[in-house]
Design a protein around this ligand. Structure first.
Ligand code: C2E
Ligand code: MG
Ligand code: MG
Ligand code: MG
Length: 288
């Protein structure tokens, strides 16, 4: 099967091309076709953003929404970002794709505000390659200017691994982003390897506990301990702590008791297309 072929290909080293099987070349060609089609996906308007709410544990207020990209592929159906973001990163297409995503999220925020649905802070995921792109700050500036988005309503989610690469340069960049008024959070926190000392120096606003810890939390004392430790680190450093992947009542209860600030997960809502999210917001209320 394909997994076994992949295993062989990986373990046999680069000079053993004879281990590549037809299954593996299908995977490679699927990858190539995704890359080629992705080049045209933006102009064909096949990409769209889904939105998932983030709720404050104490007040139960809606405090933000995360934009999550999807690809409505003409033959393959609705594709998860797991399927095409890695391809976009390897091919460099993540730069134009990421620009489109940021612009679309800002446009949607402004549209909702204009329709009286609310002025809801929106967060957008940024990939490592985008953070290394020398054009990033200019791209952020022109997006804010063109869409009329208020910087303080925009949060960028970054992953740990990317921050630890070139720390002093990264701190400078994050500071420049934050000077513009944007918020910054570290996504999937706990899965990479952050130096706690660097974490202290990063100009960030929030930590998002990776959902793998939340998943195991109720059955596994170690997952619960890690979750609580992350909440403690966040509190010590004055950061907001968000739990991702919350599905059950009991998880919400434990996280609230542990002092976690915000919750995101199927418990409140799955990620929804913009129109459905607008209806969800109207129904939930902004609880002011
Ligand atoms: P992420 O940023 O950590 O997003 C959270 C993921 O967890 C989303 O998956 C969301 O649908 C899922 N999720 C949320 N609540 C629950 C829950 O209660 N249970 C379970 N089982 N899952 C939950 P999604 O949308 O498939 O996105 C996967 C990842 O793809 C994201 O992880 C992010 O790293 C990346 N991604 C998504 N959109 C973008 C984007 O616009 N740009 C970039 N660069 N990456 C993106
Ligand atoms: Mg995220
Ligand atoms: Mg995450
Ligand atoms: Mg993730």
């Amino acid at each position: 099967n394909a997994d076994a072929a992949m295993y062989l290909a990986k373990t046999s080293g680069r000079n053993n091309a004879q281990f590549f099987t037809p299954e593996l070349s299908i995977q490679a060609s699927e990858r190539l076709s995704i890359e080629n089609e992705l080049r045209h996906a933006i102009e064909r308007e096949e990409l769209c953003l889904y939105y998932q709410p983030r709720i404050a544990t104490r007040s139960q207020k809606l405090v933000g929404i995360e934009a999550l990209v999807r690809w409505q592929h003409p033959e393959k159906g609705l594709l998860s970002p797991i399927r095409f973001i890695p391809v976009a990163e390897e091919s460099g297409l993540i730069i134009p794709l990421g620009n489109w995503i940021l612009r679309e999220a800002c446009r949607q925020h402004i549209e909702w505000r204009g329709r009286g649905i609310g002025s809801i802070p929106v967060s957008v995921n940024l990939s490592a390659l985008q953070l290394r792109d020398p054009g990033l700050l200019a791209m952020i500036d022109s997006t804010l200017r063109d869409t009329g988005m208020e910087a303080s309503m925009l949060e960028l989610e970054l992953t740990e691994s990317l921050l630890m690469e070139d720390v002093s340069k990264t701190i400078e960049l994050l500071a420049a982003i934050r000077e513009r008024g944007l918020k910054l959070s570290i996504d999937d926190f706990g899965t990479g390897y952050s130096s706690l000392n660097y974490l202290r120096r990063f100009p960030i606003d929030a930590l998002k506990i990776d959902q793998s810890f939340i998943r195991g939390m109720l059955d596994d004392a170690q997952h619960l301990a890690i979750t609580k430790a992350i909440i403690g680190i966040g509190q010590t450093l004055g950061l907001r702590v968000v739990a991702e992947g919350v599905e059950q009542d009991e998880e919400l209860r434990v996280l609230t008791a542990a002092g976690c600030d915000e919750i995101q997960g199927y418990y409140f809502s799955r990620p929804l297309p913009a129109a459905e999210m607008a209806a969800w917001i109207a129904n939930y209320g902004t609880k002011d």
